[in-house]
Design a protein around this ligand. Structure first.
Ligand code: SAM
Ligand code: SF4
Length: 329
């Protein structure tokens, strides 16, 4: 088991398949993009399959989520999902995506074994989308959402980040849009993980503010807290349910004490936290001939050293050198 020194057990593996993206969301990367990882540094599909296999079959991983950058840009995605779903014991396989291209890929991905999908959507206003993501791709995202629902990956979940002065007034339109279509919406507080280091606490739209906006419009009742477990979203029934909305207060309501996540970057580094400042290089070990057992040992050691919390409130807090797009959100 991937157990840390505080007794938490990591069972949820987030794998970044690429650091590249076809959007430029302001809270994530600058409009001009970033220096992408050179191809030889990326794990190959075979290397990903090997490491995910070790995680699931030796180390107790029960859920594998593919992310990025934009994971739909990875050409071997269907093959990677298919391999993951064929592992024993079979893990839950999910995807976090901006939805561009999902209209075409949802069916084959579902057929390959993809169980669930989270699509990021911060606004349903095309002009605001262009301003926030620096690309005029809202129609593609909306088609992607429809494709995911049509392929039966239900409930389709929608992730939204609100930015002050940009889309903070979109909370209710987004909620209504999702309710009408049966999508489950989650708001995520903006975290200090942008490549430009532009995050300021005072600009962050907090979980409290989001809940106040929602409460003014619908009646929220906390959903069964037992169900929350290690899931970061606080879930609320809307007007008595069954529809729900979630708020992920990563900064103001941290859930580090119940965290069950571990991350594998596109270049083969294990990170025990989004905010970790150290990584463990499985790619170098693998490419210099390490056995599965040796790789598992390194992975165990990397998780053992996990800190108790992200420490964003500590005066000594340092934003990680890698931005969210290169870690895998
Ligand atoms: N490109 C895919 C997408 O946007 O869904 C997957 C990668 S993206 C890094 C994963 C999630 O992280 C998205 O839901 C995105 O909104 C969120 N995210 C990115 N930067 C963030 C930040 N600074 N704070 C909070 N969430 C962020
Ligand atoms: Fe791309 Fe996702 Fe980052 Fe937006 S949040 S720029 S879609 S990686």
């Amino acid at each position: 088991m991937l157990k840390d020194s505080f007794g938490r057990v990591a069972t949820d593996l987030r794998v970044s398949l690429t650091d590249r993206c076809n959007l430029r969301c302001t809270y994530c990367m600058p409009p001009e993009g970033l220096d992408w990882l050179p191809k030889p540094e990326l794990l190959t599909a075979e290397e990903i399959a090997r490491l995910v296999g070790i995680g699931v079959e030796r180390l107790g991983i029960t859920e594998v989520r593919y992310t990025g950058g934009e994971p739909l840009l990875r050409r071997e995605l269907i093959e990677i999902v298919g391999h993951t779903a064929a592992l024993s014991p079979r893990p839950q396989v999910s995807l976090t995506t901006n939805g561009i291209g999902l209209a075409r890929l949802a069916e084959p991905l579902a057929a390959a074994g993809l169980d669930r999908v989270n699509v990021s959507l911060d606004t349903i206003d095309r002009e605001i989308f262009k301003r926030l993501a620096h690309r005029d791709r809202l129609p593609d995202v909306l088609k992607g959402l429809e494709g995911a629902a049509a392929a039966g990956m239900l409930p389709v979940k929608v992730n939204a980040v609100l930015m002050r002065g940009v889309n903070e007034h979109e909370a209710i339109p987004l909620l209504e849009f999702c309710l009408e279509r049966g999508y489950e919406l989650r708001f995520i507080e903006q975290m200090p993980l942008d490549a430009q280091h532009g995050w300021r606490r005072e600009n962050m739209v907090t979980a409290d503010e989001i809940l106040a906006m929602l409460n003014a419009h619908v009646e929220l009742t906390p959903d069964d807290p037992v169900e929350r477990g290690s899931a970061p979203a606080e879930l609320f029934l809307i007007d008595g349910g069954p529809a729900r909305v979630g708020v992920i207060g990563s900064v103001t309501r941290p859930f580090c004490g119940a965290c069950d996540r571990v991350r594998l970057t596109a270049d083969g580094q294990i990170r025990n936290c989004l905010f970790a400042t150290e990584e463990s290089d499985l790619r170098a070990a693998m490419r210099s001939g390490a056995s599965d057992e040796e790789l598992a040992e390194r992975w165990l050691a990397a998780v053992r050293g996990k800190r108790p919390g992200h420490g964003i409130d500590d005066p000594t807090f340092l934003q990680p050198a890698r931005p969210m797009s290169a870690i895998g959100g």
